[in-house]
Design a protein around this ligand. Structure first.
Ligand SMILES: NC(=O)c1ccc[n+]([C@@H]2O[C@H](COP(=O)([O-])OP(=O)(O)OC[C@H]3O[C@@H](n4cnc5c(N)ncnc54)[C@H](O)[C@@H]3O)[C@@H](O)[C@H]2O)c1
Length: 267
């Protein structure tokens, strides 16, 4: 009988995985979960202070990890970071583009500097890191890229116009890369989560009226937890999804499934 860890469909044993934004709430957990299942991990983040403890926790648990701290907001830096990661791992089987930023402002308040900063991390870094990963993976004839897009790619909220536009771009780039690289054996997919209860989103759920709005409009009745992203990411990174490419998995607690008009009946 196979256990989840030994099931060849979901096997990460020996897979060389580079994760950007791995000092963050979601990707630190993804890195630890993948390492616990046998993957060799390169964890990358702009903040050494955030990413070094992730590397240390993986190693303390008996896993294998290297840490890379750099800013990937320029095309060259994103590309170099991928080459550095692949070099330290001895190759590259999986790239997870998790680094992301947001600056919550109304459209009237957004400056050109805000716009450029968000585009640089959320869009340009994903594009050029993927381009570099493709160059490495195509020589091996296989690979998987998983992008962290967002539900905001298709369902926006106030004050996140630039973020939402970059995430729509990530979902679009996912399809473009999938189409161009399928013949090289490289699959590219993304996840589109709604609001996950993390430090990144504390300004949203930290306000009682917003927390209530999320709980009441999400069919599952609560915000997502960061660990609830792990399963979909492992699925997209492994042979379990061998015939899936160019897809977005929406992880939204049912928000897009529809509304319940009778919930207003007793008000
Ligand atoms: N938290 C949510 O509700 C949510 C929902 C949908 C999608 N996402 C996406 O999931 C991903 C992870 O989100 P999170 O909640 O863990 O956020 P987070 O802020 O905890 O993690 C993001 C990480 O990216 C790093 N980073 C920022 N700029 C960088 C740069 N220039 N170079 C390298 N690293 C950089 C940060 O230091 C941080 O550790 C992001 O792409 C985010 O947009 C998050």
């Amino acid at each position: 009988m196979t256990t989840p860890h030994s099931d060849p469909l979901f096997s990460l044993q020996g897979k060389r995985v580079l994760i950007t934004g791995a000092g963050g709430s979601v990707c630190s957990l993804v890195a630890e979960a993948m390492a616990a299942r046998g993957a060799l991990i390169a964890v990358q983040d702009i903040s050494a202070e955030k990413v070094e403890p992730v590397r240390a926790r993986i190693e303390a648990a008996g896993g294998s990890a290297v840490a890379i701290s750099c800013d990937i907001s320029s095309a060259d830096a994103a590309s170099q970071m991928v080459h550095q990661g692949a070099q330290s791992l001895g190759g590259l089987d999986v790239l997870i583009n998790g680094a992301g930023i947001n600056r919550r402002k109304t459209i009237d308040e957004v400056t050109s500097e805000d716009f450029d900063a968000i585009v640089a991390v959320n869009m340009r870094a994903v594009y050029f890191a993927s381009q570099a990963a493709h160059a490495i993976m195509k020589t091996a004839g296989k690979g998987a890229i998983v992008n962290l897009s967002s539900l905001s790619a298709r369902f926006s909220f106030v004050t996140i116009s630039v973020y939402a536009a970059t995430k729509a771009a990530v979902s679009s780039m996912t399809r473009s890369c999938a189409r161009e690289w399928a013949a090289d054996g490289i699959r590219v997919n993304c996840i589109e989560p709604s609001v996950i209860k993390t430090e990144f989103t504390m300004p949203l759920w930290g306000e009682p009226h917003r927390q209530r709005w999320f709980d009441e409009t999400t069919p599952i009745g609560r915000l997502a937890l960061p660990e609830e992203m792990i399963g979909a990411i492992i699925f997209l990174a492994t042979d379990a999804s061998a015939y899936i490419t160019g897809q977005s998995i929406v992880i939204d607690g049912g928000i897009l499934s529809g509304a319940d008009w009778d919930s207003y009946q007793n008000e």
